[in-house]
Design a protein around this ligand. Structure first.
Ligand code: 13P
Length: 306
């Protein structure tokens, strides 16, 4: 079972009409929380690693993720999230990743196609699947990277044209979500018609980035324990369910894990100020992350699919 390609896992999800979580991991505790949740619910998963996670861990996160993926009794893909260059994609392939994302969505379409095609040609030769992206997600937060005005939803025409030319295995589309804890004012508006339209024209599995739900009870606990989380809003559960019904297969979640772990650590340090053992400090982080991941797996209906 264990290590599979992203495409294998997502084709099964597409056929079975359920979603699979791609959970971001930066360290041991997060990786263990994700794997434990997957084992407990019998869910297939993608362990998503960014360039930031590689840098933070001096690349050791790869050894941890690979070992956990190989030992798991559920299907796991080790996935590069938002690969920004050909070089980093090749490094990940050489180091055992079974799924990579080349993200040139900030470039013009011709460049995005050319750079994606280059990665697809290399990855497909060694059986690694490739996710690409077209369209631009909002990036709000402390620093606005892409404002609501500059974000562009993916159109069905460009999605079809892009996939025919670039040959990627899966496609991330912009349909109203955003990365990070600030996904808009009030309930973020997800364009469900657009998802259905794209799914009708693109046969490959679709990917939703920025899908954290930012649970308000957990946000309240972070604030209560002294944290600052201003205007934190996530994607409504009903929108996730509907997006999957309309053809979304891979659902990316990172911020929910950060908020949950912060709540656990803040509360422990507030309530037990005598604790100085990092294992005891990080234990609630791992438990809180496992809890939100299990909830997400049940929502995606990946539970029981492994
Ligand atoms: P969130 O910030 O909503 O967790 O999204 C994570 C993501 O899309 C990683 O690629």
């Amino acid at each position: 079972m264990a290590l599979q390609t992203g495409l294998e896992i997502l084709q099964a999800a597409q056929a079975g009409k359920y979603g699979v979580g791609a959970f971001n991991t930066d360290n041991l505790e997060t990786t263990l929380a994700i794997i434990e949740a997957a084992e407990e619910t019998r869910s297939p998963i993608l362990l998503a690693i960014t360039a930031g996670a590689l840098k933070y861990s001096s690349k050791r996160i790869v050894d941890i993720a690979m070992a956990e993926a190989k030992n798991a009794t559920v299907p796991v893909a080790v996935h590069l999230d938002h690969g920004e260059s050909f070089e980093i994609c090749m490094w990940c392939i050489r180091n055992g990743f079974t799924s990579i994302m080349i993200d040139k969505s900030h470039e013009d379409e011709a460049t995005n196609i050319r750079e994606t095609r280059r990665v697809v040609d290399a990855a497909s030769a060694v059986g690694v699947s490739v996710e690409a992206e077209i369209g631009r997600l909002v990036e709000l937060g402390a620093e606005v990277i892409i404002s609501e005005e500059n974000a562009t939803l993916t159109t069905a025409d460009e999605a079809e044209r892009f996939m025919a030319a670039a040959g990627a295995d899966t496609l991330a589309i912009a349909v109203g979500t955003a990365h990070g804890p600030n996904k808009g004012r009030g309930r973020p508006e997800i364009n469900h018609e657009r998802i259905a339209e794209i799914a009708a024209r693109v046969s490959q599995p679709l990917v939703m980035h920025g899908a954290s739900s930012i649970p308000q009870d957990v946000v309240a606990r972070v604030i209560e324990a002294g944290g600052v989380l201003k205007d934190a809003v996530g994607i409504h559960d009903d929108d996730i369910t509907q997006a999957i019904a309309n053809g979304m297969c891979k659902v990316n979640v990172g911020t929910d894990l950060r908020i949950a772990s912060t709540a656990g650590v803040r509360e422990l340090l507030r309530d037990k100020p005598e604790i100085i053992d990092l294992r005891k400090i990080l234990e609630p982080a791992r438990n809180e992350m496992r809890r939100v991941i299990i909830k997400k797996m049940n929502l995606l209906q990946s539970s029981g699919k492994a």
